[in-house]
Structure formats: C-alpha cells, structure tokens
Design a protein around this ligand. Sequence first.
Ligand code: BJW
Length: 259
Amino acid sequence: MRKAEWMIGSRARNMKIADQLIEAMRHAKRVAVLTGAGVSAESGVPTFRDAQTGFWADFKPEDLATPQAFRRNPKMVWEWYAYRRQMVANVSPNPGHHALVEVERRVPEFMLITQNVDGLHQRAGSKRVVEIHGNITRVKCFDDDGVVEKWEEKGEVPPRCPRCGGMLRPDVVWFGEELPPGAFETSVQAAVECDVFLSIGTSSVVYPAAALPFEALKAGAMVVEINPDSTSLTARASYVLRGASGEVLPALVRAAWPG
Ligand code: BJW
C-alpha cells in the first residue's frame, strides 16, 4: 500500500486517517470538492464506467450522450433520459452526500463542483454547488437552447418546445458540448484558491473536469482522492482514501470535527 493510501472499509468508524489530513480539513479556510457518479452509487444510481454495473457496460456513450446520437435517434435518447429521470426521482441522498453538507457548514469557503446530473447534493442540503454537466431534471430546447419549465410526456416523443416547436432534450452536457457558461471558470477558480481539494467518486477520465485536481495541485493545494479504485489522479494525490464515499466521507468528518 502506498504511504499516503488508507483503506477505509466497512469498519470505517474505527479506521485511522492521516493526522495531517485531519488537521488540514479542520483548519482549512477553503475547500473545493469535485464529485462524480461514484458518490451517488450508494443511492442506487449506476455509475458510467464501472465494469459490470455502469451505464456504459450496456450502452455506448456515442449512441446516447452526444448531439449526433440525439439527431439520429431522438426518441431512444429521450426515453433513456426519461427512464433515468424517473430513477433519480425515486432515490435519496446517501451518507456521503450528507457528510459534504457537514463539511460545507464547517469551512469558511466551500465549493462543490459536481459532474452529477441527479441533483442529490442539493437535495441533501448542499448550497454552493456548480453542476458542470447540467441537471437531468431540467429540459431544454434542442434548437433554441432555452430551458423549458413545463412539458407534456403524452403524445409526440420527444415532446416539442412550446416556443419554437424544436425537439426537447435533457439539460445535460453531452460529449463535444461546451459546459454551462461560467461553470468551468468558477470551478478553476475554486480549485486554484483552495487549501484542500477532494476528488470523490470520479474515474478522472472526462475533461475538462479531470483537469481540476491537477490545477489544484499546481496551485499548492492538498489533493485527496476518495475512491475504491485507482485513477489517473491516484499517483499524484497527496492522500488517497480507498473506499466507498458513503463510508469514507462520514469517517473523515467525524475525524476532523469530533462530536
Ligand atoms: C465510487 C463508488 C463509491 C464507484 N464511492 N466512489 C481533453 C482530452 C481528451 C478529451 C477531451 C479533452 N477535452 C475535451 C475532451 C472531449 C470529452 C472527453 O473528456 N472525452 C474523454 C472521455 C476522452 N469532453 C467533452 O466533450 C466535454 N466538453 C468539452 O470539453 O467542451 C469543450 C469543447 C466543446 C466542443 C469542441 C471542443 C471542446 C463534455 C463532457 C460531457 C460529459 N458528459 C457525461 C454525460 C452527462 C449526461 C448524462 O448523465 O448522461 O457526463 S459522460 C459521463 O462521464 C457523465 C459524467 O459526469 C462523466 C464523468 O464520469 P464519472 O462521474 O467520473 O463516472 P465514472 O463512471 O467514469 O466513474 C465512477 C467512479 O466512481 C469510478 O472511479 C469508481 O471507482 C468510483 N466509485 N462506486 C466512491 N461507492
């Protein structure tokens, strides 16, 4: 095991976390967090790239998560997202989401950058959240790009934009699309200004999100990876906490702010 790697298993309550990391969390003025699909896994939302259970085990991203796929088969893409929207409505935030709310309450400046589109951080109570890949519960027009507040699920699939008659699509960021205006700039600023950067439950393969921990490292932050598996960040992270975020994050909060 690497020097800075700590196993957090089912007995997380009793596990040892490096004192320097605990101190850094406790005294941090600014904490930035990047989350990925792994944070919602314990809520029952599948990740994308986990070998057996991830969405991409059964579907190809280029068939579902690109504007070209939507142009080719709008009905299939709409229905896939409708299925996922329903799934997200039926799950709840897990202890990992709740622990991040506790971190936000305890550090003076906090920013949660999430690649997740499920809104579970906000439902847990997180306030300072930047959704860099959009939100699956919102819908926008494929043609005029404006968000549509109300739409009918009956009739034509996908439903039509009440303004211009264009096809409706989920308000998420597909491959080859720009991030929402200002989202990446806000995220980079949080990464380069923070004392501690937590990269949690992401495979660190999708850019530009995957660049953020490296920006934080370059700027001198302590970078902590929380993930059961290794990623391209692992070798460079200041600390690696191996385990499920729903166990590791509560353990980290308890260690940094006992009682
Ligand atoms: C647990 C756990 C537990 C399990 N606890 N952990 C530079 C280099 C190379 C390529 C590019 C580049 N810049 C841009 C690109 C292209 C592309 C890209 O990155 N491609 C790579 C795949 C090669 N990027 C883009 O196109 C982006 N746009 C862009 O760059 O715009 C600028 C531009 C525009 C036009 C022309 C040129 C430039 C947009 C990316 C959009 C990504 N969209 C998706 C779909 C969103 C909608 C939807 O939900 O369907 O976002 S793809 C999918 O991947 C989703 C996720 O947010 C994203 C990241 O995945 P994530 O969260 O990391 O999940 P997994 O499954 O990969 O990993 C889960 C992790 O959790 C694993 O590590 C597990 O071990 C762990 N885990 N259980 C903790 N309990």
